[in-house]
Design a protein around this ligand. Structure first.
Ligand code: DP6
Length: 348
C-alpha cells in the first residue's frame, strides 16, 4: 500500500479501448506467444481510463508497492504484481518506484466484455509514457506503438491489439510481412466501408464466466483439433486481409461467423469441455443469419468467450439493423451497448 505523499514524480492519465476479435486468439505458447494470428476491430466507447502516479520507493520497502484505487479485487492486485515482474526486461526501472493506479471502465462489468484488453492496454500505455520520458531517443511513432503493444501483450494477449486504431493484427503469419508474435500491428489497408463499422453488443447473460480465457487457452495445448485450428485461423487471416481491402461484405460475414463458431466448437470439444453459448445466443445467431438472407443487409455476429453476442454492420444500415435488434431480437437479450470502430489508446 502506497501512502499518498507530496513527492509524486510522475503522473499520467490515459484511455485505452477494448477490441473485438474477428479472427480469434485461442491458445498460446510460452510468454504470451499466440498459437495463431488474430485480427480485431478496435472499439470506441468500451474503454478503460487509467491514471498512474509514480512515487520514489519508500526505503523500508524492497517489494513492488502499488495501490489500486478503484479495483480492490485481490486477484487483480496479484495479476498486476506478476505483470510488473514480467516486464522488467522492457522497463528496467519498474521495480524502483511505488505506484498508485486509478482505473475505471466505461462499460458495466455485467457486459461480459473482456476488460483485460482495455485495462492492460491502458496500464501499458501509461507506463510507456514514463519510459519515453526517461529514454526519449527510443521512440519514433511506429516503434513506440509496437513497444506499448508488446508491453500490453505481456499483461493480456488481446490487449496487444487495443493500442492501435481501427483494425489490428497480432501474431506471425506468412500473409503479412510486418506481422509479429511479440506485438500487434495496425492494418492500414482497408476499405472505407470499415471506417465507421458498428458493433452493437447484446447482453444475453451478465453472469460471471464459467471459465477464464487463460484456462481456455491452456486447453488448446493438447486439443484434438489443435492443428486444424492453426490451419483454419491462418487461412482465414489470409482471406480476411483481402476482404478488408476490397470491402467484400458477404465474404466478411461468412469468415467472421465461421471463426466465432469455431472458437465455441473448440471449447465444446476440449477436455474438460465447456459450453458458454446459451439458448438465446443461438436464437440471436440464427435470427441474424435469416435476416441477412432475407434483406441482403450484410449484418453478422461474433462471440467471445461468453454468451453475449456482438452484432457487426456498416453504419449505412444502422436504422434498419437497430429496428431489427429492438424488434425481432428483443426477447433474447436484456440490454445492449452501442459501439463502433475506434481510435486506439491515447493520452487524456
Ligand atoms: C476469446 O487476451 O483474455 O477474447 O492472454 O490469457 O489474457 P490472456 O487471454 P485474453 O484472450 C482473449 C480470447 C478471446 C479472443 C480474442 O480476443 O482474440
Amino acid at each position: 500500500m502506497v501512502d499518498k505523499k507530496d513527492d509524486k514524480i510522475w503522473n499520467t492519465k490515459v484511455s485505452c479501448p477494448s477490441n473485438i476479435a474477428l479472427i480469434k486468439y485461442w491458445g498460446k505458447k510460452e510468454t504470451q506467444i499466440p498459437l495463431t494470428p488474430s485480427i480485431s476491430f478496435t472499439l470506441s466507447e468500451c474503454k478503460t481510463i487509467t491514471s498512474l502516479d509514480i512515487y520514489p520507493k519508500s526505503e523500508a520497502n524492497t517489494q513492488i508497492s502499488f495501490t489500486l484505487e478503484e479495483n480492490e479485487n485481490p486477484l487483480f492486485s496479484e495479476k498486476i504484481l506478476n505483470y510488473f515482474k514480467s516486464i522488467k526486461n522492457l522497463l528496467p526501472w519498474i521495480l524502483d518506484y511505488d505506484y498508485i493506479i486509478h482505473s475505471k471502465n466505461t462499460f458495466p462489468h455485467s457486459a461480459g466484455i473482456a476488460s483485460s484488453a482495455s485495462s492492460f492496454g491502458a496500464l501499458a500505455f501509461a507506463l510507456a509514457q514514463y519510459h519515453i520520458n526517461l529514454y526519449p531517443k527510443v521512440s519514433n511513432q511506429i516503434h513506440f506503438a509496437s513497444f506499448v503493444s508488446e508491453l500490453a501483450r505481456l499483461g493480456s494477449g488481446s490487449a496487444s491489439r487495443s493500442i492501435f486504431p481501427s483494425l489490428s493484427l497480432w501474431g506471425k503469419t506468412i500473409y503479412h510481412t510486418q506481422s509479429s508474435d511479440s506485438h500487434a500491428i495496425c492494418i492500414n489497408e482497408y476499405h472505407e466501408l470499415f471506417e465507421t463499422y458498428q458493433d452493437t453488443i447484446l447482453i444475453v447473460d451478465s453472469g460471471i464466466k464459467k471459465i477464464s480465457s487463460t484456462k481456455g487457452h491452456q486447453l488448446m495445448e493438447n486439443h484434438t483439433y489443435r492443428d486444424v485450428r492453426i490451419k483454419n485461423a491462418n487461412n482465414r487471416i489470409n482471406e480476411l486481409l483481402e476482404v478488408l481491402e476490397k470491402g467484400n461484405l458477404d465474404k466478411f460475414c461468412e469468415i467472421v461467423e465461421a471463426d466465432a463458431l469455431e472458437l465455441h466448437a473448440l471449447m465444446m470439444t476440449s477436455h474438460p469441455s465447456f459450453i458458454l453459448l446459451q439458448p438465446n445466443t443461438l436464437k440471436i445467431a440464427q435470427e441474424i443469419q435469416d435476416f441477412r438472407k432475407k434483406t441482403k443487409i450484410p449484418v453478422c455476429f461474433t462471440i467471445d468467450a461468453g454468451p453475449n453476442i456482438h452484432v457487426l454492420y456498416p453504419k449505412e444500415f444502422s436504422d434498419k439493423v437497430k429496428f431489427f435488434i429492438n424488434d425481432t431480437l428483443k426477447p433474447y437479450y436484456f440490454e445492449y451497448i452501442c459501439d463502433q470502430i475506434g481510435h486506439g489508446a491515447n493520452l487524456i
